[in-house]
Ligand binder design. Structure first.
Ligand SMILES: [Zn+2]
Length: 255
């Protein structure tokens, strides 16, 4: 159920209840429950990309026929951890996708170049990645997307086709901005919580291994001290269990 259908359904329900209340008495709380339910659906829809509530996104390849999974790295490039991630990907001969923040790419263009030279894919992850960016208006979103596109295009020679919303938050404003910029929106099916300050890295690793499944898009960050350990052990696990690790583009192509 997407946003437009949900909105129409609730408007119809509201009108029907209002008409019925002309003939029989409804307690006012019935209307409050309806409004609360609608707001709850909006919140769930904002934070769950896999439901495609506000906009269409690719979160995994829904097929057990495939042995492919995609590793994705958000929030970089980072001067310390991105080179470590690149070295590990090279060691295990796998390709991945990096969703770069524009202001970081501007600061470390040589790292963006290294990512591309190694055969990996670059995606847009907004220019600023500000904490409340998810709830900005359409104009602000278009500025964020285009500003990062310009930074990445200056390094890569072409605009990135992929975009991942910061924090995985989507809204009608972002949906309108994407209609304008035409990015392909990418979510994830497995969140690793690899930047968590309270979880032990072995617990994170176990959770990844327990939840991984064919066609998964795995969310990682090339910005945290845990990443070399988690990535290397995940790569060993994937190789050992016969998974093919591909870029998000390749996973979409297998659809
Ligand atoms: Zn992010």
């Amino acid at each position: 159920m997407n946003f437009k259908r949900t909105l129409i359904l609730f408007i119809v329900l509201f009108i029907a209840l209002s008409l019925c209340s002309l003939f029989m008495q409804f307690p006012v709380w019935v209307f409050y429950v309806l409004i609360a339910l609608f707001l709850l659906l909006l919140i769930v829809g904002s934070f769950s990309m896999s439901h495609n509530f506000f906009l269409k996104s690719f979160t995994n390849l829904n097929s057990y026929q495939s042995d492919a999974i995609a590793l994705t790295f958000d929030d970089g490039p980072h001067p310390l951890y991105t080179p470590k991630v690149l070295a590990l990907l090279k060691k295990y001969k796998v390709k991945a996708t990096f969703f770069c923040i524009g202001k970081n790419a501007e600061k470390y263009p040589e790292l963006v170049q290294q990512i591309v030279d190694a055969g990996h894919t670059i995606g847009n992850h907004s220019y600023s990645h500000k904490p409340y960016i998810g709830f900005k208006g359409t104009k602000c979103w278009i500025e964020e997307l285009e500003k990062n596109d310009a930074v990445l295009e200056a390094i890569l020679g072409k605009k990135p086709a992929l975009f991942r919303p910061p924090y995985g938050v989507t809204t009608p404003h972002l949906a309108k901005a994407i209609e304008f910029t035409k990015h392909t929106v990418i979510g994830w099916s497995l969140r690793t919580y690899d930047t968590s300050p309270i979880r032990h890295k072995d617990a994170m690793l176990k959770s990844i291994q327990r939840n991984i499944e064919p066609g998964a898009v795995i969310l990682l960050h090339d910005t945290h001290k845990n990443i070399p350990y988690i990535l290397e052990h995940t790569l060993i696990y994937l190789q050992h269990h016969g998974y093919r690790t591909v870029s998000v583009n390749e996973l979409i192509d297998e659809k």
